[in-house]
Design a protein around this ligand. Structure first.
Ligand SMILES: Nc1ncnc2c1ncn2[C@@H]1O[C@H](COP(=O)(O)OP(=O)(O)OP(=O)(O)O)[C@@H](O)[C@H]1O
Ligand SMILES: [Mg+2]
Length: 342
């Protein structure tokens, strides 16, 4: 649906002022996905997303949208293709002198659609975002969450195939963020719209994205399914982002216990990571029955990522090394990831 092929973007011509915002981006967003790109401020997120609808033109490389290279299109054709790409912004970008109705109607008015058609479409969209009773209010009479709902309704007015979200929830409180994320999920589930979103908030990625890419200094340093990146982040920056929402930092008392046991040849401590169905299996009791060892759970947490359970347990295995190794191999065969405790 959206393919980035070695996309580079350099701002500024003057050598001393040149900024290389994107340094060869390769990404593929599939139809119907909610794809999140996360990174710190200045990483190149906005530049990346703006290259999709050509609010920024790549310096080199290609962005294909539905197989079409928008850069190759003449102006009129480009305008047509852009209608299929909706966009929402952190600061909502509403017209303050116009009512909610007029804001949502704007893209249709620009297209010269007949009045009754516009009215029908706008009311349908306002119903979809839950604002049918606010049609005649002005943006300043709305809360941040309501303003973003207007932004979403306006972005959907041209029946886009793709919705681009540039930090769509960054100006909102946590509860409002959740309600906007639920709405975006409905945009995908009920309207079949592919969503590319950029954010610096890992909870946004956890709550609605299917795939995630981590961008740092204009480079994608890691990407994969949200479950994989959350449960087994590879790069330090991805680990940091994951830590912001899955606090797997051990309490000091547990750290002390682990340190005390470190020299005990009969005691081995591991971190077990359970994903999906594995979370429901009575694995530890099976292991205790199957192998002549004792188990102690030092710390544990179960959370939900993308509607799928994810468990993280710190377990002490008491017994001879060979037997413990055997038990660990058995655990690994049950689709549970086993790691050394750092
Ligand atoms: N129009 C521009 N002219 C010159 N440099 C720019 C321009 N827009 C962005 N940059 C630079 O490009 C780099 C990437 O900027 P970008 O806005 O894509 O980052 P971002 O990840 O969206 O950051 P934030 O989270 O703060 O919005 C930054 O170093 C920025 O200063
Ligand atoms: Mg930005």
């Amino acid at each position: 649906m959206i393919i980035f092929q070695d996309v580079r973007k350099v701002y500024g011509k003057d050598k001393t002022k040149k900024v290389e915002a994107l340094k060869g981006i390769n990404l593929e967003v599939k139809k119907g996905e909610i794809f999140g790109v996360i990174g710190f401020s200045g990483a190149g997120k906005s530049t990346l997303i703006r290259c999709v609808n050509l609010l920024e033109r790549p310096t080199s490389g290609k962005v294909l949208v539905n197989g079409i290279d928008l850069q190759s299109l003449p102006k009129r054709k480009l305008r047509e293709e852009r209608k299929k790409i909706g966009m929402i912004f952190q600061q909502f970008n509403l017209l303050h002198a116009k009512t909610v109705f007029a804001n949502v109607a704007m893209p249709l008015v620009l297209q010269g659609k007949p009045k009754d058609e516009i009215k029908k479409k706008v009311m349908e969209l306002l119903r979809f975002v839950g604002l049918e009773d606010k049609a005649h209010q002005y943006p300043e009479q709305l809360s941040g969450g309501q303003k973003q709902r207007v932004g979403i309704a306006r972005a959907l007015a041209t029946d886009p195939h793709i919705l681009l979200c540039d930090e769509a929830t960054s100006a909102l409180d946590p509860d409002t963020t959740r309600s906007i994320l639920r709405l975006l999920k409905r945009v995908r589930d009920e309207l079949g719209i592919t969503i590319l979103m950029i954010t610096h908030e890992m909870n946004v990625i956890r709550d609605i994205c299917d795939k995630v890419a981590v961008i740092d200094g204009g480079v994608i340093v890691e990407q994969g399914s949200v479950l994989d990146v959350f449960t087994d982040p590879q790069t330090p920056i991805a680990k940091n982002f994951v830590r912001t929402v899955l606090n797997d930092e051990l309490p000091d008392s547990v750290k002390r216990l682990i340190a005390e046991k470190r020299d005990d040849q009969e005691h081995h401590i591991y971190r077990l990571l359970f994903k999906g169905d594995a979370t429901n299996d009575p694995l530890l009791s099976t292991v205790a029955k199957k192998f002549p060892i004792d188990l102690s759970v030092y710390n544990g947490m179960v959370t939900e990522i993308q509607g799928s359970p994810f468990g993280n347990l710190i377990v002490g295995f008491n017994g001879p090394k060979e037997t413990v190794d055997e038990a660990i191999r058995y655990i690994q065969s049950q689709n549970v990831t086993v790691k050394e405790v750092e």
